[in-house]
Design a protein around this ligand. Structure first.
Ligand SMILES: [Zn+2]
Ligand SMILES: [Zn+2]
Length: 334
């Protein structure tokens, strides 16, 4: 099937759109969500293949970080996407900024079902014995004068009279093993970064080794937060009184909420900078968190008494005494 229609994206889709589409479909069609039957697994693998294909096509190099095989050390690397296992993880802003370790379940290799030993059928509980071998599970044939044990065909060596389908492997005799991998996410990981971990993906039968594990990181930033360079930029609404007269404001940062006193006039340029509370650059230096202030004006012009009160308030607040700021009707009515 055409990968574009499989992912339900237009042919002009960029990497971000393709990733979004894949995440949406993966959440819906992952076998862990909709049931581990062959049909669901097949559909999910098709979606995953289409994703890999389109993502590689859409971007020559993506932001990638190589993680050592044991997941302990990290370094930047090229974004080539060869065959491997793809997983994605959503991190909160704090974990992405300071780095974290995550345990992930990786689809490993196919193995014989431990419940039915790969037969796909297990003994029924009715205690009946196999009429062919009398419950022994084998029959004895003579071969070159010696007695040879041959596994009974009828009961597959179980000796049971009736067999039922194994529920664990649904009669296929095989299960897909999951393996837990601890992945080190480096500090300052940005949205869309792909972590590459050699030897931790699914078992590659042809190469007789584990393939590359690709972990794509989605950083779940609070709404209206954007990472610009090493800074975080976000917006906040304040009323016109605070804009001009200052006062206590509560800002949300990566570190939590911070209550800051602002002097009259300090917010006049429509922004407030929380230094060292931003994101981080390649060298580990923190940027700033810049709040763009959206000034909310009352729908009607301020009454003159309120204006008088504001000016009085500012005079009281204004500690330096050299830069008195008085507001005019124009300040308030825009
Ligand atoms: Zn089984
Ligand atoms: Zn038998």
């Amino acid at each position: 099937m055409d990968p574009y229609s499989l992912l339900k994206v237009p042919r002009t889709a960029d990497a971000a759109e393709i990733k979004r589409a894949y995440r949406r479909l993966a959440r819906r069609f992952h076998p862990d969500v909709c049931g581990r039957n062959m049909q669901n697994i097949k559909r999910f693998l098709e979606i995953k293949d289409a994703y890999k294909f389109l993502l590689t096509k859409s971007q020559k190099s993506i932001s990638s970080v190589c993680v050592s095989a044991d997941g302990s050390t990290t370094e930047p690397c090229h974004g080539d996407l060869r065959d491997g296992s793809f997983l994605f993880v959503t991190l909160n802003a704090r974990d992405a900024l300071f780095g974290t370790s995550i345990d992930m379940e990786v689809t490993d290799r196919e193995a014989y079902c431990p419940k039915c030993s790969g037969l796909g059928r297990i003994c029924n509980n009715d205690n009946s014995l196999c009429p062919e071998c009398g419950g022994k599970g084998y029959s004895r044939v003579s071969w070159s004068g010696a007695g040879l044990k041959v596994v009974c065909n009828r009961c597959n060596g179980t000796g049971a009279g009736t067999l039922e389908q194994c529920r664990l492997c649904r009669g296929t005799g095989k299960v897909v093993l999951q393996r837990r991998v601890r992945v080190n996410v480096p500090a300052g990981t940005r949205n869309g970064t792909t972590l590459k971990i050699p030897g931790q993906g699914a078992w590659d039968h042809a190469r007789k080794q584990r393939s590359m594990l690709f972990v794509e990181v989605e950083v779940d930033l609070p709404e209206s937060w954007r990472i610009v360079g090493k800074d975080i930029v976000s917006e906040m609404e304040i009323d016109c009184w605070t804009h001009l007269g200052g006062g206590y404001l509560t800002f949300r940062t990566i570190e939590g909420t911070e209550k800051v006193f602002t002097a009259p006039g300090e917010l006049r340029n429509g922004r407030f900078v929380l230094q060292g509370r931003g994101w981080v650059d390649e060298n580990g230096n923190r940027g700033d968190h810049i709040y763009i202030l959206k000034i909310i004006y009352p729908s009607a012009p301020c009454p003159s008494s309120a204006l008088k009160y504001m000016n009085m308030l500012m005079e009281m607040h204004w500690y330096s005494g050299t830069h008195k700021i008085f507001i005019t009707e124009q300040d308030i009515t825009r």
